[in-house]
Design a protein around this ligand. Structure first.
Ligand code: NAD
Length: 453
């Protein structure tokens, strides 16, 4: 038996004991997870620093704070989420008890990505625990230090049979994917997303795919360009552009392009100083492979700002590209790095068509003071999420479903959405063995007379 097979078998055996189901046990596990984040912040931040050069404040702000909020919410709301949900009845069932009972699915496989390694791996786990499941956790091997710390710390706090951590790369993940799960929650790129779905289909296992893509950002002439660019600069260069919902590119009228470049430049300087390389708040590209990929994307575009780089340090300065053509290399794939192309478009119609001609994005950003324009963008496009006049912050709202549509993913999570997606919503109808007379009309022989017609 492989290590992966053993872990899944052990998780299933533990699930079968029924111990993950009582709400008190789920809450106990969630509290232990909370304790991990209170007590082990230093180890967590140190590992993320080694992997992505994120500062300690950055890790708390963008990773663990959100997780702690999600854990508290689940603890507070679990009784309500897990309770039977009465539904409307019809004439035939008027005296019965009819309700939806959320029940655990069984063993969930969680496959995480490297860019926010704690957030994207542990957030699904919170929902899996809350919903009463067992879960096998596969952190991304790309952030090796974090994966190791996760493997060391989680078993010290939560049930190690119900929630094992399996580290490894592609062969190990593929071995896991050969096992039977009751749900697979995958975060990562679209190409691997397809492999996950293919593997899941062998066992008819449902999947949530949290993928990426190119999230567009439209800036209307009619807006405070300085504030818009400050927010876009933050959304783009946080984590060195390695954010699934980072604004990938800007669409704007040619008349404001220079202004946009100036304002982004100003904000880069304000956030990361004249020399981002030495600024503790500016990250690094995760590895040389991605560094090379990003540098190749720059080849046929004009740099308006930045462009400095250092391969030995995986450093690429915050970079802005001007007058970018739709055919440019940087427009052919999700950038996932600190390059911000600007594509001049002559009208809102052109921008909307540009967006609709491409895959449905994970996020769509629009900056304008005109609410009607914002409504138009909302009504005439489709995307996982839509955000007007800001970037990224919708991720932090637990009451909003977070997820993609079309090529950017399927299914959603955060707060109660994770709980529901990792539960089976079982339809229950409880009838008494009384009032048999009422049922006579449905039994043969069928006559109009019996129905009173
Ligand atoms: P990655 O390389 O860490 O891969 C993700 C996971 O897939 C890892 O655990 C890895 O082991 C596994 N994997 C990789 N290749 C595999 C294969 N051939 N077979 C089976 N498993 C395999 O991360 P990535 O894909 O580079 O992550 C970046 C992508 O993730 C971007 O597209 C980004 O937009 C997306 N993302 C999406 C979200 C979201 O919430 N929607 C969040 C973060 C990242």
């Amino acid at each position: 038996m492989s290590r992966e097979q053993e872990a899944v078998a052990r998780a299933r055996k533990a699930f079968r004991t029924g111990r993950s189901k009582p709400l008190e046990y789920r809450i106990y596990q969630l509290k232990k997870l909370q304790q991990l984040f209170t007590e082990r912040q230093k180890e967590i931040s140190d590992a993320v620093k080694k992997d992505l050069n994120k500062s300690e404040v950055g890790t708390q702000l963008y990773e663990t704070l959100g997780l702690e909020g999600e854990i508290s919410l689940a603890i507070r709301k679990l009784k309500e989420w897990a309770a039977p949900r009465p539904v409307e009845k019809n004439l035939m069932t008027v005296s019965d008890t009819v309700y939806i009972q959320p029940e655990p699915l069984g063993v969930v496989l969680i496959i995480g990505a490297w860019n926010y390694p704690w957030a994207v791996t542990i957030q699904p786990l919170i929902g899996a625990i809350a919903a009463g499941n067992a879960a096998v956790i596969k952190p991304s091997e790309v952030c090796a230090h974090t994966a190791k710390v996760m493997e060391e710390l989680l078993p010290l706090y939560i049930d190690k049979e119900l929630y094992p951590v399996i580290n490894g790369g592609v062969p190990e993940t593929q071995e896991l994917l050969r096992q039977r799960f009751d749900h697979i929650f995958y975060t990562g790129n679209c190409a691997v997303g397809k492999l996950i779905m293919e593997a899941a289909s062998k066992h008819l296992t449902p999947v949530i795919l949290e993928l990426g893509g190119k999230s567009p950002c439209y800036i209307d002439k009619n807006c405070d360009i300085s504030i818009a660019c400050r927010r876009i600069t933050w959304g783009k260069y946080t984590n060195c552009g390695q954010t699934c919902i980072a604004p990938d590119y800007i669409l704007c009228d040619p008349s404001i392009q220079d202004r946009v470049i100036d304002e982004v430049k100003k904000s880069i300087k304000e956030f990361y100083t004249d020399n981002p390389k030495t600024c503790s708040d500016y990250g690094r590209i995760i590895n040389q492979r991605h560094f090379k990929r990003l540098m190749a994307l720059l080849e046929d575009s004009t740099v308006a700002e930045g462009g400095d780089n250092d391969e030995s340090d995986c450093y690429i300065a915050p970079t802005v590209l001007r007058d970018v053509k739709p055919e440019a290399k940087v427009m052919q794939e999700e950038i996932f790095g600190p390059l911000l192309p600007i594509l001049p478009v002559s009208s809102l119609d052109e921008a909307i068509n540009f967006i609709n001609d491409r895959e449905k994005p994970l996020a769509l950003y629009v900056f304008s003071s005109d609410n009607k324009l914002i409504e138009r963008v909302k009504d005439e496009t489709s995307s996982g999420g839509l955000l007007a006049n800001d970037c990224l912050v919708h991720f932090s709202v637990s009451s909003l479903p977070f997820g993609g549509v079309g090529n950017s993913g399927m299914g959603c999570y955060h707060g109660k959405f994770t709980f529901d997606q990792l539960s089976h919503l079982r339809g229950c109808l409880i009838k008494q063995l009384k009032m048999e007379g009422v049922n006579s009309m449905r039994y043969p022989p069928h006559t109009f007379k019996k129905l009173g017609w």
